[in-house]
Design a binder for this molecule. Sequence first.
Ligand SMILES: C[S@@+](CC[C@H](N)C(=O)[O-])C[C@H]1O[C@@H](n2cnc3c(N)ncnc32)[C@H](O)[C@@H]1O
Length: 233
Amino acid sequence: MNAINVSSLPLTLQQLFRACLEKDPQFSLQNFDYSQEGLVYKDPQLGELKIDILNDSVNYQRQGHRGKQEIIAKAVGLNKGNKTIFDATFGLGQDALFLMDLGAQISGCERHPVIWLLMKEALLRADKSIELILEDAMSYLKVLSESPQKPDVVYLDPMFPHKKKSALPRKEMQIFRKIAGDDIDSEQLLSAALSAARDRVVVKRPLRSPDLGKGKIHSFEGTTVRYDIYKVL
Ligand SMILES: C[S@@+](CC[C@H](N)C(=O)[O-])C[C@H]1O[C@@H](n2cnc3c(N)ncnc32)[C@H](O)[C@@H]1O
């Protein structure tokens, strides 16, 4: 596949590609395609990954959800007055956009340039105003911990190694996993997150997996995942 011609793209998209190249000089321009419908990443084996928030290409509309009664909303404490949430492992932003729809103010970071680029473009197209920083959370949480305005909540959802036996996720998730890989360094994120949050850190985990670290005060359990709460002392 030919590399995308960055200078033929709309100006905002050119700037996003340049930010990726600045961050990672090895950043590859292969595998991207752009049309009126938006930016697409093409994996030669698995197919296309396109993030379309409004037309729900990756399950942004949680059918039949119970609003602030959902356990993710309880875990971050939306009913307890928490409003500002920093999503340190943004990924495809499904959790962040759901919390935003429930009234939270979201910002976040994503360290993988391909994921960040696809997500930024999708957010722009859907007119969602979220500050999404291309950065490793370990260094950005240090900046936040010294800020006078800490977010109420730092939210962590690092990639958990995939069980060989589990059913294959839908195609988009397979491509996403292939790009992002496993987050084997996530344990260190917890203490950095605790220094950066005003009220609490929420960690999303598969239901039966070990805790990310010590000091959990409560868990909200769903059928496949749980949300662990760590309070700032
Ligand atoms: C499981 S996904 C998050 C999914 C997200 N909660 C959602 O609802 O779509 C984990 C993401 O966090 C990113 N990530 C993991 N560790 C990170 C770190 N230290 N800094 C920034 N991003 C990180 C990975 O690149 C991946 O895109």
